[in-house]
Design a protein around this ligand. Structure first.
Ligand code: ADP
Ligand code: MG
Length: 271
């Protein structure tokens, strides 16, 4: 049984008289510990797919079994419980609180989760520190977002997504606001989580070089899966390198350096 089992998924948005068919019968299995990229042109249904897979929304029809449980008909409170237990989210625009230090941002999910409030504050702090160490921000714990680079902000967001120890990491354009070097750093963190923790990664991107980090690339077109690529050897690039040597190697091997779009928060060129 796969961790994620999706069958004939459709999503229709109704806007007054108009119906938008965002997904038109998508079937997909994702195994535990797999790293999958979802790619496709703007409007092809990537975000819709991510929202359903991430239990942020439900499909119009079709089934979605997550970890053995059918989540396709759940109401919001049930979906929220599934999200809290199983899924960490990373978004293009980081979604950090402007005036809050990195360590406090990362402690927040434990405060708000149902089991989290039972964790003593000292332990919440310890866990948040460990998560920030995991993303190599041990020396930035007391910095606010304005005192961090784009790549560092995104790594705070990753630490926040991981602090509750979810099995799945979902990322919608995680490098979309980053220059290529910061994008590589973020991918390096994903590689580490994937290899060392066995986390399942589902990542939406429009950037081929970023997508090539995944083991499998699902290509959407008009709400359908058009093509599936196995990325084979290229995912092994990192494991041959020490983490200090990774940047150059990834840049040359994966052709990174095409996504230099500055650090604006509102950029959503991928749609
Ligand atoms: P992508 O992320 O690949 O750019 P989306 O999943 O965001 O694509 O959108 C797929 C289609 O569904 C697009 O035509 C978009 O305009 C439409 N759509 C997305 N979200 C909504 C919504 N909340 N209401 C109405 N239409 C939507
Ligand atoms: Mg999108």
């Amino acid at each position: 049984m796969s961790l994620i089992e999706i069958r004939d998924l459709t999503k229709v948005y109704r806007m007054g008289e108009v119906e938008v068919h965002a997904l038109n019968g998508v079937s997909l299995d994702i195994d535990r510990g797999e790293w999958v990229a979802i790619m496709g042109p703007s409007g092809s249904g990537k975000s819709t797919m991510m929202h359903i897979v991430g239990c942020l929304d439900i499909p119009t029809s079709g089934s979605y079994v997550l970890d053995g449980v059918d989540v396709s008909q759940m109401v919001e409170s049930q979906l929220a419980a599934v999200r809290n237990h199983k899924i960490g989210f990373v978004f293009q625009a980081y979604n950090l609180l402007a005036r809050t230090s990195a360590i406090k941002q990362v402690m927040l999910p434990m405060q708000y989760s149902r089991d989290g409030f039972r964790i003593p504050r000292a332990e919440r702090r310890e866990r948040a520190e460990a998560a920030l160490e995991m993303v190599e921000l041990a020396d930035r714990m007391d910095h606010r977002p304005s005192e961090l680079s784009g790549g560092e902000r995104q790594r705070v967001a990753i630490a926040r997504a991981l602090v509750t120890d979810p099995g799945i990491l979902m990322a919608d354009e995680p490098t979309g606001n980053l220059d290529s070097k910061s994008g590589i750093e973020v991918m390096e963190v994903f590689h580490r989580l994937h290899e060392e923790r066995g986390i399942t990664v589902v990542m939406v991107t429009h950037d081929e070089a970023i997508g090539a980090n995944a083991q499998r690339t699902i290509r959407l077109f008009d709400g359908r899966i058009e093509q599936v690529d196995r990325n084979g050897e290229r995912t092994k690039v990192r494991s041959q390198e020490s983490s200090s040597g990774i940047s150059t190697r990834l840049t040359s091997d994966l052709g990174l350096g095409t996504s230099d779009r500055g650090g604006g928060h509102d950029a959503d060129a991928a749609g």
